[in-house]
Design a binder for this molecule. Structure first.
Ligand code: B12
Length: 215
């Protein structure tokens, strides 16, 4: 299925999400997965539909409850189609992913699945606040840290993570992703990250590149 077809399906999915028509949402998703890879369907159909929901909510045209219910259905679908593990394991250097400060779980969930499906043995720190995260990074000797955030207030916390790690002399590469970095292309540098990714495939490419320094 071409990007164009998935783009058209994103419009249909968006309409079904607004109506919270679960059977229709599943039908559109399953149909698309029959023609393209699950990741492609998620990136080119589901994410654009969810982002449009966010824009419509910002403009006051739909309720937050619609986003909430709609994204829960999407999470279930992602859970069904993305593998939780892969056979080959690339486990060095120690790496982890975290959802910092806010509660938008879906992006981290997708990046984690794709990293694992690509063979990386990556720790899942779940959701954490700054101090807990810094403690876990140090105690697990993490060298590569992927941080997902969806709100500007959370993105700014990356600065605190970087400062606390620097103060401890810990040399950790930080990659970030999520809405605030998509809205402002300079933000990732301002918060002290080493890289920013637009999607899960970028996360894999960034880590693949960094791993060379440890091999
Ligand atoms: C779904 C959603 C919700 C759901 C979340 C459900 C859940 N369990 O996740 C609910 C309804 C709960 C919610 C609540 C809120 N939300 Co909300 N939400 C969204 C929405 C519409 C979609 C987010 C999403 O799931 N996208 C799909 C995922 C898969 O995409 P993604 O996270 O971007 O991840 C991809 C990439 O960014 C990248 N990526 C992500 N992380 C990483 C990490 C690395 C290292 C790399 C390389 C890549 C990467 O890869 C992923 C796969 O491609 C966005 C709109 C938007 N434009 O993003 C608003 C949005 C994020 N929400 C927003 C707001 C304001 C809120 C609330 C504060 C609203 C309120 N008044 O209560 C609350 C706060 C909740 C909290 N404390 O966290 C704002 C944030 C604005 C800002 N400047 O901070 C947004 C942008 C909406 C808007 N347009 O204003 N929300």
């Amino acid at each position: 299925m071409g990007e164009n077809r998935l783009g058209q399906s994103a419009n249909k999915l968006y309409e079904a999400l607004v109506l919270l028509d679960r059977p229709r949402i599943e039908e559109i998703f399953i149909q698309a997965v029959g023609h393209a890879s699950p990741l492609q369907v998620i990136e080119d159909m589901m994410i654009p539909a969810l982002r449009r929901l966010g824009d419509e909510w910002s403009a006051g045209r739909i309720a937050l409850s619609q986003i909430y219910m709609g994204s829960r259905i999407c999470e279930d679908l992602v859970e069904r189609v993305l593998p939780a593990s892969a056979v080959e394991r690339k486990s060095y250097p120690p790496m982890a992913i975290v959802l910092l400060h806010d509660y938008h779980t879906l992006g981290k969930r997708i990046v984690l699945s794709v990293m694992r499906a690509s063979g990386f043995n990556i720790l899942d720190f779940g959701h954490m606040e700054t101090d807990e995260l810094v403690g876990r990074v140090l105690s697990s000797d993490v060298k590569i840290l992927l941080i997902s955030v969806l709100m500007l207030s959370s993105a700014l916390k990356v600065k605190d993570v970087r400062a606390a790690l620097d103060a401890k002399g810990a040399r950790v590469r930080i990659a970030v992703g999520g809405a605030p970095f998509l809205f402002d292309s300079k933000l990732w540098r301002e918060v002290g990250a080493d890289a920013m990714g637009y999607n899960a495939a970028d996360a894999v490419a960034i880590v693949q590149d960094w791993r060379k320094d440890w091999s």
